[in-house]
Design a protein around this ligand. Sequence first.
Ligand SMILES: [Fe+2]
Length: 238
Amino acid sequence: MNKEDTGNSPIVFGRRDFLIAAAGTVAALAMGGCSKTSQASSPHALPPLPYAENALEPVLTAHTIGYHYGKHHRAYVDNLNKLIEGTEYADLPLEKIIAGAAGKMEKAAIFNNAAQVWNHTFYWKSMTPKGGGEPPDALKQKIQASFGSVDACKKELAGAAVSQFGSGWAWLVLDQNTLKVAKTANAEVPFTSGMKPLLTIDVWEHAYYLDYQNRRADYVNAFLDKLINWEFAMQNAG
Ligand SMILES: [Fe+2]
């Protein structure tokens, strides 16, 4: 399942990339589509799902979304609130916590939980019950300019999502004026490296295992064909 070479070359971010100025990070986040759900100061709240738990069926069942949102996402929020209590992060908005903790080994737990709160909020918006199909024209033109075609973009996204070894995320990002595909491990995020996220695919096993077991590629392809929220990506592309 974890094909190491898909013929594509997605950007891969690691810990060494967490050296971006906080100002740049926050600027990228402000354009990243999560400002409405993550602007509040701590303690942080679990943002509402943008649709009912069964709205993505049959691609992702209410069983999967119920656990993923109700257990995993909620746990990241709860953990974050406990971890930051009484610390310098206690009164900071989510984006500043991520920027401040990125790359600091002693703050890894805070970074991981904060980033996972952000990532999941962004992931829910990256899907829509009537997703898939063709991107809006404005986004389609950018995709064609960067990848050649929508199919080529989807193929590269699928390659990144399937080849990410272990837990992580596949992303469509904007780098300057060019769309690119990236992948990150565990909780890591592209915006600490100056990339603007447009949409993401969660490839942690908890995202798909109840419905697809080990067939990550089937989950990814179904996501791309039936759930992907091109409108959300277009909004983030500005
Ligand atoms: Fe997840």
